[in-house]
Design a protein around this ligand. Structure first.
Ligand code: BGC
Length: 345
């Protein structure tokens, strides 16, 4: 019945419906009924809701822009219109939960969700599944009870999946980048690598794994390590700069490596390194994750020791492709993984 009503309203709604919006507010009015699988002429139209944890995030900005543009590419190729509405969760789980409620009320045909908090995964999955809407989770992986890829809410629901990258791999690559240096990161020759760690949001498995596996890779290579500091920079450049600046003034030359869980914080750390009169590659090393364009350039000209490509395009394309498979009623996998790639000069 809902579907029938939806179809009746659909054409009228879609006439006024804009293309992809990157605004905080969905394009369609929140109280309107569903616009499901409407046909205008011969072309099918689908409404897609994309909820991002926070627009103010360098990496997720690349990711969401690519989702938007790749839906257009697929639309042209498939002869289908995808009305994409992208909303900003502003790093607030209550706000994001409301946005998902709005998507349900609007009768989105599929939802792509970058959770603010993975601890809320069950509550969100339950309501989206109950509404009969397929769901593609991205970037923030909810973990199963065993701390691995066996999240019940994903395994139990054939229309729910996760698209991401295994953060253990990125952490390992960060450690290897240092271990593979001629001096293995031990600049002052005291037999150990003294480092500071600047972490992303600690609720996020990417932050946990990168913190753990970067150091594990050094230890696995037989290198002794000394942690001088480990602080939360919440993925943010300004916070990365503040932490690095404080540590550089507190620990001075003792710091041989600055590990950042992402490139945004590494950009901040790089500014602090320059301000402290230190020089990457000579008296300190700096590694991040993401391979933002500006960081790849810095790796090339020696201002960063290395980074790890977190493939925003690859993940965005996979998320869109699987969302479209779901729209077409195709069977999907529970998990889709995109590889990280080590980036050095
Ligand atoms: C990226 C970070 C980003 C975070 C958002 C991570 O995979 O490396 O740059 O801030 O995702 O959840």
């Amino acid at each position: 019945m809902k579907k029938l009503l939806a179809s009746l309203f659909a054409v009228a709604l879609l006439v006024g419906c804009g293309q992809a919006t990157s605004e905080g507010t969905p394009a369609a009015a929140t109280e309107e009924p569903a616009a499901t699988e409407a046909t205008s002429g011969d072309a099918k139209t689908y409404n897609v809701g994309v909820a991002i944890y926070q627009f103010d995030d360098n990496f997720m900005t690349l990711y969401r822009n690519e989702v938007d543009s790749y839906f257009k590419t697929r639309g042209e190729k498939d002869g289908v219109t995808y009305n994409v509405t992208i909303v900003d969760g502003k790093n607030d789980m209550a706000e994001q939960s409301n946005q998902v409620d709005n998507f349900i009320t609007q009768g989105m045909d599929v939802i792509i969700l970058n959770l603010v908090q993975t601890s809320s995964a069950d509550a969100i999955i339950d309501k989206v599944v109950a509404a009969g809407i397929p769901l593609v989770l991205i970037n923030r992986e909810p973990l199963g009870d065993d701390g691995d890829e066996s999240y019940k809410g994903i395994l139990d629901n054939p229309t729910v999946c996760y698209v991401g990258a295994d953060a253990r791999q990125s952490g390992t690559y960060q450690g290897e980048i240092i271990a593979e240096l001629e001096n293995h990161g031990d600049i002052n020759g005291d037999g150990k690598v003294s480092y500071i760690m600047i972490e992303g949001d600690p609720e996020n498995i990417d932050a946990q794994y990168r913190t753990e596996y970067s150091i594990k890779a050094l230890k696995d290579a037989g290198i002794e390590v000394e942690q001088l500091d480990d602080q939360v920079g919440n993925w943010a450049q300004a916070k990365g700069q503040e932490i690095a600046a404080n540590d550089l003034s507190q620990f001075g030359d003792k710091i041989e490596v600055i590990f950042c869980n992402n490139d945004a914080m590494a950009l901040g750390a790089a500014a602090a390194i320059t301000a402290a009169g230190r020089k990457v590659g000579e008296d300190i090393y700096l590694v991040g994750v993401d391979a933002l364009d500006e960081c790849v350039e810095m790796v090339n000209n020696g201002e960063m020791t290395g980074t790890v490509l977190n493939d925003a395009n690859g993940q965005a394309h996979t998320a869109v492709d699987v969302a479209i498979d779901l729209l077409n009623g195709k069977a999907i996998e529970n998990y889709y993984w995109v590889d990280y790639v080590k980036v050095t000069k």
